[in-house]
Design a protein around this ligand. Structure first.
Ligand code: OOG
Ligand code: MG
Length: 261
């Protein structure tokens, strides 16, 4: 695909996001849309946002759980970029205006304070982690119906990321078994999504390792001072007005978000 076509995809998706108007999938009419083109379009989309003054503060892994891959009918993990304006404070309010068909999902975040490049180990990730935290990600696909036929569409669309919330920080995470943390997302007090931290790539630390590897294919890395969302442990739930969403992860402090119209 040529540069002009890639730029056009990035601009069209940016417009759809700003106008909260969904689009048909590009793969329904573009036949030579490769994975590299898709990440290239994602990078151009992020350039459009940073040129307006947004700051890159994090990265997200997605489709790291088997349940999510089945929900979306997609086969492998992917990543996206988080900017400062996508962050909603913990215990704050999320206003649905400006979203198309938002969904929320429970995650674990890692705050990485050293560069992580290429092939890295579990110990490298732990040594570079300043804290972990429970996290919520709000997804809002810019495509009609929030269903994809292709990985390329969703990657170009910054892997559906819309907003994220980082819960209370935990710095003594080295004493926790990160493979065995129960995660419960409640809506208005009812448990609607439940999983275990090992539903995230078998081990959420593995998501960070996979992220560094995926980035290396684009000659990129996880820079110091980056928030990394490791991916959802359960299926995503559609957001509606007046929901109080809370997330409880074993050994971490509870977090919450109110949703309003
Ligand atoms: C893709 C993004 C998935 C996760 O945590 O699995 C994701 C999507 O489902 O739209 O963020
Ligand atoms: Mg996610």
């Amino acid at each position: 695909m040529d540069e002009a076509q890639i730029l056009k995809i990035a601009q069209t998706l940016d417009d759809a996001r700003l106008k909260a108007t969904p689009l048909p999938q590009f793969s329904s009419f573009i036949k030579d849309f490769s994975r590299a083109d898709a990440y290239h379009a994602q990078e151009e989309g992020i350039k459009i946002r940073t040129s307006r003054g947004e700051k890159i503060i994090g990265l997200k892994m997605g489709l790291t759980s088997e349940g999510k891959r089945k929900q979306m009918n997609l086969d492998s993990p992917l990543y996206g970029v988080l900017t400062d304006i996508m962050e909603v404070p913990h215990a704050g309010t999320f206003n649905l205006k400006g979203s198309i068909h938002p969904k929320i999902e429970p995650e674990i975040a890692f705050y990485i304070n050293k560069d992580l490049k290429g092939k890295i180990t579990r110990d490298d990730v732990l040594a570079a982690t300043e804290y972990i935290a429970p996290a919520l990600e709000i997804l809002d696909s810019r495509y009609e119906g929030f269903k994809y036929f292709s990985m390329e569409d969703v990657i170009a669309d910054n892997s559906s990321s819309s907003h994220f919330i980082i819960g209370p920080k935990c710095t003594n995470f080295k004493s926790l078994n990160l493979l065995n943390l129960k995660m419960q997302m409640k809506i208005n007090g009812l448990v609607l999504a439940e999983g275990i931290s090992s539903d995230i790539s078998g081990d959420p630390v593995v998501s960070v390792i996979q992220l560094a590897e995926l980035l290396s294919f684009r000659d990129q890395f996880i820079p110091a001072n980056t928030i990394v969302l490791a991916g959802a442990a359960t299926l995503a739930i559609s957001l509606e007005p007046n929901m109080l969403v809370s997330l409880e992860v074993d050994n971490l402090e509870k977090m919450s978000l109110s949703v309003e119209e």
